[in-house]
Design a binder for this molecule. Structure first.
Ligand SMILES: [Mg+2]
Length: 288
């Protein structure tokens, strides 16, 4: 970024990057320039963040996924300035985030991909499906408790998840096929939908991440700059919502390797994410 020396370290340091087309990289520079100049003038910017893969590395034991070094400090700085509305939008149950992130006070968290809202004061809202749908979902839960199809069954308040991360390819394909056979017929029931993500599938009730982002935006001024950072396929819905905002929106794919995405820019974790958040905090300080 021309105006911000920190930005140079993020996007000009892309020598080994060959996957992303050169044109797209130029667009990314322009997007970031534009976004950060808008941010400096904003009354109440909005910063929306996924957790796993975006602020923290994946761990087999998900309860040990601490944020990357430097993330907590950068977020604390933005939090203390008190201008930005920050929220985490995660696939996890919302109450898992505060102990891992370690911010005081805790951030607002939209859990279960957006179906659950946990306010910083502890109030919690959860979307539900019609009773008949909930009953069918419960039958499926019981089935998967007896037979996890060779994968990892995760029982969530608003749905069921089948994971095949780390399985050999053949086994993964078998698990996916069996899970789809069970999940797809139920996805037609009122209130239920399928959600694909990397190495897993979820049958679930409620908003997706795009719906969560839209719900947050609806509570704020239509002039507020908004950024959303995420890594997974389930983040694409939120990328699209933010991208539709035009100049005041910035959607960023956080991933070691670029992939096809609706996000406008690409940040590699952890360094570029930390730099992005530091830029955010700095912009806020200069804006005072
Ligand atoms: Mg993620």
């Amino acid at each position: 970024m021309q105006n911000n020396p920190d930005w140079q370290t993020i996007h000009l340091n892309t020598g080994e990057q060959t996957v992303i087309p050169e044109l797209q990289e130029k667009v990314a520079h322009k997007e970031l320039d534009r976004f950060f100049s808008g941010l400096a003038a904003a009354v109440r910017p909005i910063l929306l963040l996924d957790y796993d893969g975006t602020l923290a590395a994946f761990r087999v034991d998900r309860f040990t996924s601490r944020p990357y070094s430097g993330i907590r400090e950068a977020l604390t700085r933005i939090q203390r300035q008190g201008r930005t509305r920050m929220a985490i939008i995660t696939g996890r149950p919302a109450n898992e985030i505060a102990p891992l992130l370690g911010l005081d006070p805790p951030l607002e968290v939209w859990g279960l991909h957006g179906a659950e809202r946990l306010y910083p004061d502890g109030r919690r809202q959860l979307e539900r499906a019609p009773a008949a749908t909930e009953a069918r979902l419960e039958e499926l839960r019981q089935h998967l408790r007896r037979d996890a199809l060779g994968g990892l069954f995760e029982d969530k308040a608003n749905g069921v998840v089948m994971h095949w991360r780390g399985k050999p390819r053949k086994a993964a394909e078998r698990i996916e096929r069996r899970a789809r056979e069970l999940f797809e017929p139920l996805a037609n029931l009122e209130g239920l939908a399928l959600l694909d993500f990397e190495a897993g599938i979820e049958l679930r009730v409620g908003r997706n991440k795009g719906g969560a982002a839209a719900a947050i935006l609806a509570e704020e001024s239509p002039a507020s700059p908004v950024a959303f950072l995420g890594d997974d396929l389930s983040d694409e819905a939120a990328f699209r919502v933010v991208r539709q905002l035009g100049d005041r929106g910035l959607s960023a794919l956080v991933r070691p390797k670029w992939r096809q995405t609706d996000a406008e820019v690409w940040l590699r974790p952890p360094r570029e994410v930390v730099s992005f958040l530091l830029c955010w905090g700095k912009t806020e300080e200069t804006a005072r």
